[in-house]
Design a protein around this ligand. Structure first.
Ligand code: ASP
Length: 594
């Protein structure tokens, strides 16, 4: 018996023909004498009809249960009038079964495949069955289409796929690493790569010119929303291109992926926004431009005002006072407003103030409703109204604190309110964020850390000054943002060993440490390293966005839970005493710190 086509592809073209399809029993309905089977495979469903005229076949149909794997041969005929299903490709036809063969019976599945309310624990524990659900099949096929589109584009543009090691060494690139003990080298460890960053740079130095890899990266991060300890990057590097050329080439890649995978033509070119402007206007370096709200700067206005809460923040060297005006927000109930205010501490802010604008022509307690109005002079109030553009019926939120806290708080509030109030405009809003700061300061220790990674080149105008003035140094780094998600990020790299060594120094990595951790890079840079740069895209995120999935777990075949567990195969799991001995490892008891 040979399969003629996929179930989901049998349509009018096959009318009158005999076909053989193979798949899983999705549903079986006994309609008093006639049995209907929805047979499913990866391409969709087809309706099988079995009637008692063929006794032997009918007897098999009676024994079928959900998820039995069967083969059916039969004649394709039109569905009776009134039973056409326009939602299915096979919706106009059905197959009258001549023979049904049970290829394998199935135990009763742990859940109904069309149950919308399954817990993630149930789904991940029974991932094989979960993956049979049509939505999951579509998601993984979409992932395949997106990855294929990327490969095609990169191939067309001269990029070659080169594999890099998974057993790597520990390097301080930012995140915590997974360690792998070495059996052959007592007491020594490999680390799993956070990304192939330095390998791709060394491939450029080796002369491969254009590299890519769709590659697993590993970061042992604490459980944060929608992260996976292993995730997939489309990792890219190219030689002899400047920042703008790289961005243009990579924008083409994003465009090709959206076009080929979901038929969406993205705007050309993507808008470019500096990091500083993004923080000023959106409080975020990944603003969702579908939300038509912006922050208003008020720091300058609040310097010297009587109201201490605002003045103190405005006068802090790293302080900020900003506002978010919500058109029509005056209709929010007290409870809604309180709920938004209650969000503030999540982002580190002590609080949020708000003013309801009843009459924008009266910049006083007469027109403005809020306990803070009496602390602010009419001039100040007028400036607030002017700058925010607030009109009657609006509400204006205020946050005053360190700039990072104000940005986090108002940035999150902007997105939240946009969604809650249905302000999100439909469509796709890609965006480049550029001109990132080279460094950021650890607020606790004051130490400078690389904003992107330590291999990122400074802007030409900061090529010298980054040592003496790290706070103001900008980098040739860029991110691609789509609808509020960072989908990729990269930079032009440092290709001169002296500059690289100075950046390490600025980061407090001493000479000895540089040699020990990055000696191989500094050495390679000595041998005529070409100017180069690149980017890495998060494939999981891009596909989740395309699929409209709530979580990247819905576009990964075998993901880990939020706690980093694989519930299907039950990992991680204890090792045997012998395995540990071979690896020269002893597990400490959990109270070993005592
Ligand atoms: N390796 C970087 C990352 O994983 C991306 C890049 O700079 O290309 O974030």
């Amino acid at each position: 018996m040979k399969r003629t086509d996929y179930c989901g592809r049998i349509d009018r073209r096959y009318l009158g023909q005999d076909v053989t399809v193979m798949g899983w029993v999705h549903r079986r309905r006994d309609h008093g004498g006639v049995i209907f089977i929805d047979l499913r495979d990866r391409e969709g469903l087809v309706q099988i009809v079995s009637d008692p005229d063929r006794a032997a076949t009918f007897e098999v149909a009676e024994r079928l249960r959900n998820e039995y794997c069967i083969a059916v041969t039969g004649r394709v005929r039109p569905r009776p009038e009134g039973t056409v299903n326009p939602n299915l490709r096979s919706g106009e036809i059905e197959i009258l079964a001549k023979s049904i063969e049970i290829l394998n019976a199935s135990a009763t599945p742990p859940f109904q495949l069309d149950d919308e309310n399954l817990s993630e624990t149930v789904r991940l524990s029974h991932r094989v069955i979960d993956l049979r659900r049509p939505l999951m099949q579509q998601n993984l096929m979409l992932r395949y289409r997106a990855a294929t589109a990327a490969r095609r584009y990169l191939d067309d543009h001269g990029f070659i796929d080169i594999e890099t090691p998974v057993l790597y060494k520990s390097t301080p690139e930012g995140a915590r690493e997974f360690l792998v003990p070495s059996r052959l080298h007592h007491g020594q460890f490999y680390a799993l790569p956070q990304s192939p960053q330095l390998f791709k740079q060394m491939l450029m130095i080796a002369g491969f010119d254009r590299y890519y890899q769709i590659v697993k990266c590993f970061r042992d991060e604490d459980t944060r929303a929608d992260r996976q300890p292993e995730f997939t990057q489309i990792d890219i590097e190219a030689s002899f291109l400047g920042e703008l050329e790289i961005r243009e080439l990579m924008e083409g890649l994003v465009r090709a992926m959206f076009r080929d995978a979901i038929g969406v033509e993205l705007q050309k070119p993507f808008p470019v926004m500096s990091y500083a402007d993004a923080m000023r206007d959106y409080g975020s370096d990944k603003p969702d431009l579908r939300v038509p709200l912006k922050l208003t700067e008020l720091t300058d206005v609040m310097r010297g005002v009587d109201f201490k809460v605002f003045r103190a923040a405005a006068e802090l060297p790293s302080g900020r006072v900003a506002a978010l005006c919500v058109p029509g927000g005056g209709s929010m109930t007290r409870k809604e407003l309180d709920d938004y205010v209650a969000l503030a501490p999540t982002y580190g802010a002590k609080g949020l103030a708000y003013i309801k604008v009843n009459d924008a022509t009266k910049a006083s307690e007469e027109g403005l409703q809020s306990p803070i109005v009496k602390f602010l002079a009419p001039d100040t109030l007028r400036t607030i109204l002017e700058r925010t553009g607030a009109a009657n019926g609006d509400v204006v939120f205020f946050c005053a604190d360190r700039a990072s806290i104000v940005n986090d708080t108002l940035g999150a509030l902007r997105a939240r309110i946009g969604h809650d109030r249905g302000l999100v405009e439909p469509g796709w809003r890609p965006l480049w964020i550029a001109d990132f700061p080279m460094f950021e300061q650890d607020e606790a220790t004051g130490a400078w850390m690389a904003r992107h990674h330590p291999f990122t080149a400074p802007k030409d105008e900061h090529a010298e000054s980054f040592v003496t003035d790290p706070a103001h140094a900008l980098a040739k780094a860029y991110d691609v943002v789509m609808n509020g998600w960072e989908i990729g990020g990269g930079s032009v790299r440092i290709h001169r060993p002296d500059v690289q060594a100075r950046v390490f120094e600025a980061l407090g990595i001493g000479e000895e440490d540089q040699r020990r951790k990055f000696g191989f890079l500094l050495d390679a840079l000595q041998y005529g390293a070409p100017p180069h740069g690149g980017i890495a895209f998060g494939l999981d995120r891009i596909v989740a966005l395309m699929a409209g999935a709530d979580s990247i777990r819905d576009v990964i075949a075998f993901p880990k839970t939020q706690r980093g567990q694989d519930l299907l195969v039950d990992a991680p799991a204890p090792a045997t005493e012998q395995q540990l001995r071979d690896l020269h490892i002893r597990v400490r008891s959990s109270d070993a710190h005592l």
